[in-house]
Every structure is written in C-alpha cells, then in structure tokens.
Design a protein around this ligand. Structure first.
Ligand code: FES
Ligand code: MG
Length: 556
C-alpha cells in the first residue's frame, strides 16, 4: 500500500500495479549541462515506448557532469555520477532501466553505474548538435575553439568575429558534433551493444532521435522478460569490439580511461596494452574532426556506426557473435547497413588513415604504466622527436608565461605539464593540450611535443602525450623531470624515454616529497583518497566490480 498509494498521487490508476515491469528512465537533463538539456523530451519518447510494450515508465533525474561549466573538471565527478546512478537503480523497485546521457562523462558514468547493478539496461544518448556553420564553413565543437583561439592570438581574427563564431558553432541541442568524447562514447555504447543499432549518430533534434528512444523503451520491457542484463552484453568480446571501433572512428583518447573503468565494473580484464594491440591493425575509416574533415551530422547521413561495424566485420576485425541489447548479435544487426557517403565513412581498402596511425600506447621510464598519444591529432614530423624538457608543475604556471615573448622555448622543446593527474589536479582535467607558446606561434610553429599526466579534450589536437601513469603527484617519474633533461618520444617504438641515468633518478626520488593533499573533508577528499590511476580507468578503488541489484532489507 505504501508503494501504491504514494505513486497514485501522480494520477496512476490501480491498473498499472498489475505486476508489469517498472522501467526507470535515468535522465541527466540539466540546464547546467547544455549538451543534455533536451533529455527530458527524449525521456518522454522512451515513456511512450515503455507504455506501448506494457511497462510502467518512471523517469528520475541524475546529476549531470557538464563538460563546459563544471570546475575543476567534469571528470572529477564522473565517479560520483556513476555511484549515484548505481544507487538510484538499486534502491528503487525497478526491473529495468533506460539510461539517457549526452555530454562526455555522462555516458561512461551511466554505463558504469548500470554495470555494477546489472539490471536490464538500454542506453539512449542524446545525439550530437547539428553541424556548426560559420561563414559557409563547417565548424566543429571544441576543435574550432582551439583554432579560433590560435587565430585570435596570431592576429588573424578579431574578438568580435570570435564572439559571432561561438553562436555559429553551438546552434542546436545536442552534444559536441565533432568526434570528441561525447560522440565517441555514444558510438562505443552502440559498439558495445548497449544502445540500439544506429542510434548514436541521429542529431539531437532529428525526429529519429525520438523514434529510436521510443524503440528503446519498447525494447527494455522485452529485455526484462528475457532477463538480458549488461553482464551478458559487456563481455571481453564486446570491449575488444569497442576498442576496434574506437580506432576505426578516430575516437577520443578519453575512451581509453572510460572503457578501462567500465571494464573494471563489469569484471572484464582489460589493460592499456589491449588498446594498442587491438587498435593497431585497424584503419581509421571515419573522416571526422578533430582528425578529419566532417562532423557527426555527415556521419549520420552516411549510415553511422552500423556501417563501421559492417566494414570491420567483413574485414574479420570484430567478434561477430557479441550480443547487443536487441538480443541479436553485432553481425546480425550490421549485416544490412548501407553506406551513403564513402568520403565520410571510407572503405577498408581505401581508408581515411591506414592501420597503425590511431592512438598509440607508450611506455618507458617516464611512463612505466603507460601513456597515450593520438597520432591522428599529432604532427607526423614530431612523432619521433628528442628535445629538452621545459617543466611546469601546474598548467597554470605555464599559462602565466605562455604569451611571454622571452620564453626560453624552441620548436625542439618538450613541454612537460604535470600535477594534472587524477589525484593531482584533482580529477585529471583536459589541460594537456596547452596552447603552443605565443612566441612560436608568431614564428609559424603550430605544434610542439607536450607531455602531461592529464587528459586532452576529445576535440583537441597536437602532439600531446597524455595520461602519463603513474601521475607526478602519486610519485610517478614525471615528478622527477627537470628543465633541460632530454626526452625522447619514439612513437613507432611506442616509447617515452627520459634520458637521465637511473642513479640520478634515484637521487632525485630520495629528495622528492609527495605534495600534501589540501583536502581534509568532502567529496574531493574522498576522490583523492580513493581514485585509481589513469591506466586502470581512474575509478574509485571501492567501486570496481558488480554489486548486483539485491536489496537486503525493507524500508518500513
Ligand atoms: Fe558536452 Fe562536448 S561539452 S559534449
Ligand atoms: Mg571533452
């Protein structure tokens, strides 16, 4: 009676309490997360589908980690959101759940939470914005922020023009429409089998976004009857497929951190080396910014993820039998996918970029647990490079001098930015692709090697070595580098080397003391105490694994 009576205050008649599946709709709509703001309308479409299939839909809000407004970084809150999603699903009497996400971190957070509860779950991402259009040109979220900033600094664009351009870039609901982290994670949610085929790419404002949401609502009701749970979908095979798809779409480096964290929830063994080994033989098929020319709207009209899946399957690059939320296999779902634009989604034989040019995983005495480099966003001539380090303990320290015409920097310099790891910042922000010093920009230099324990926006570019693990604040060798030390980046050999003798490093280590945490209480304290390093996904140590949907005791 307690369950029913209070629910009836919403106007439900007694007939809905007939044992039909109760479907939670987790919506991360928020005016503080503009990429997700339309998700309540997507939730309405999901509800229609749930009713059609004989379920009872109940939407509930979750927090939203909006990439653009949250400080110090939305990544600091991914684990908090994942924890909230997990607890809300478990604590309420739900039989299945539809996960509505959009902005970068919201997709992995929801998948992580749902994987730990392991009730039937379907994801519906909110879809990308329409292509940005500025003076007859396509402009991409994020990617063009960096470009405009450089144009402004180089004096080729006025502040007024920049101000006008920002409205041209974000001109509809939706998440970033470059192949940044949000689009990447949406595509990978589909590649993993967690969202309906084809649904990653529909623009947020496309009627078919709402059609696919409705279909997801219908489907989750059937999944409850079939008892099809994330644990049957998020298998090692599914993760291998996702890694290969990430390579084929030229996806964000952030996907590495998120997939590692999700695999940790699902109990699937996965490590940094898997990304290099599995991705290395996959050509980049999708020609999207930031690495290429097009944007998500074009990708959608070309056929979207199913075309990529089909091409990889036909080349023998995917596990055909991985099960998706439809209950059918990846191969079944992709078999009929047609490509409508071979320039946007290129073929295996004439790919946008050949195999081996995707994201490389580097190791060496500067990154014993690994680091990553997005080759497609880097400059070819810097992929093998030796130069003297110019070290900054914080990104802010660098920003203070980045415009200094006297800065002691040459095109050979390796900029080291540390203190940006999970514990260090805290939250492992997207600060690694610090701008090229103004002095070099004026000389026409547009790129130089940067090494950082933080991340880079999925829409960013440059020869930037990211996710150096262990991070400096945790005592990784990055903490021991001094200005003037020689560093070699050898991407073909997958190595990152600090040319300082072991004895000297040992001496520096003895002299080094771990910076004390400035946090004594609150969430940031919890985060810093429990966050794991980037090479295992930067999840909390106590959140790895599945805890199931069982609730031990009743409330009244
Ligand atoms: Fe939200 Fe890019 S800022 S997806
Ligand atoms: Mg981002």
């Amino acid at each position: 009676m307690i369950h029913r009576s209070w629910m009836r205050s919403q106007g439900f008649g007694p007939e809905v309490f007939d044992g039909r599946p109760v479907i939670g709709i987790a919506t991360s709509a928020s005016e503080l997360a503009p990429c997700n703001v339309h998700l309540d309308r997507v939730a309405d479409a999901v509800k229609r589908g749930v009713w059609q299939a004989g379920g009872l839909p109940l939407a509930f809000p979750t927090m939203a980690t909006g990439e653009t407004l949250m400080r110090p970084t939305a990544m600091l809150y991914r684990n908090l959101m994942a924890m909230e999603v997990e607890e809300l699903i478990r604590a309420n009497p739900l039989d299945g759940v539809v996960l509505l996400s959009g902005c970068d971190k919201t997709t992995p957070a929801m998948l992580m939470g749902a994987a730990s509860v392991d009730l039937p779950a379907v994801m519906v991402t909110g879809g990308p914005m329409l292509n940005g259009k500025f003076r007859g040109q396509d402009v991409g979220s994020g990617t063009h922020v960096w470009k405009f900033e450089e144009e402004l600094k180089a004096g080729r664009m006025s502040e007024e023009e920049c101000f006008f351009a920002e409205g041209c870039m974000a001109r509809s609901n939706g998440h970033c429409m470059t192949m940044g982290t949000a689009s990447t994670m949406a595509c990978l949610a589909e590649a993993l089998g967690m969202q309906l085929p084809g649904s990653a790419a529909w623009p947020a404002v496309d009627a078919r976004r709402f059609e696919t949401a409705q279909a997801a609502g219908r489907r989750v009701v059937a999944m409850v009857a079939e008892d099809l749970r994330p644990s049957a979908i998020l298998t090692r095979e599914a993760f291998e497929n996702a890694i290969r798809v990430n390579a084929a779409i030229g996806g964000s480096t952030n996907a590495i951190v998120h997939l590692l964290a999700l695999a940790g929830r699902a109990g699937v063994p996965l490590d940094m080396a898997d990304f290099d080994e599995l991705g290395r033989i996959v050509p980049t098929l999708v020609d999207l910014m930031p690495s290429g020319r097009f944007l998500m709207e074009d990708f959608c009209y070309a056929g979207g993820v199913p075309v990529v899946l089909r091409r990889l399957i036909e080349a023998g690059l995917l596990h055909r039998d991985a099960v998706t939320v439809t209950g059918r296999t990846v191969a079944d779902e992709a078999a009929a996918a047609d490509c409508w634009n071979d320039e946007v989604i290129t073929s295996i034989d004439a790919p946008f970029q050949p195999p081996g040019t995707g994201t490389a995983v580097l190791t060496g005495n500067l990154a014993p647990e690994g680091a990553v480099l997005k080759q497609s966003a880097a400059s070819a001539e810097l992929l093998t490079h030796t130069g003297p380090a110019l070290v900054f303990d914080t990104a802010e320290d660098y920003h203070r001098v980045a415009d200094d015409p006297e800065l002691d920097v040459t095109p050979a310099t390796v900029l080291v930015i540390r203190g940006a790891g999970p514990k260090g910042y805290p939250g492992m922000p997207e600060v690694a692709n610090v701008p090229v010093p103004a002095k070099l920009l004026k000389e026409g230099v547009t790129d130089l090697v940067r090494v950082c324990d933080g991340r880079m926006s999925g829409t960013g570019y440059g020869t930037v070595v990211l996710h150096v693990s262990p991070e400096s604040v945790a005592g990784g060798p990055l903490a021991l580098v001094r200005t003037g030390d020689l560093i070699t980046l050898d991407t073909p050999a997958r190595s990152l080397t600090l040319h300082v003798p072991d004895e000297e490093l040992a001496a520096r280590r003895t002299a080094w003391t771990a910076p004390e945490s400035p946090y004594r209480s609150g969430y940031t304290w919890l985060y810093r105490e429990h966050v794991l390093q980037a090479h295992v996904g930067a999840d909390f140590d106590f959140l790895r694994g599945k805890r199931g949907s069982g609730v031990p005791r009743d409330s009244h």
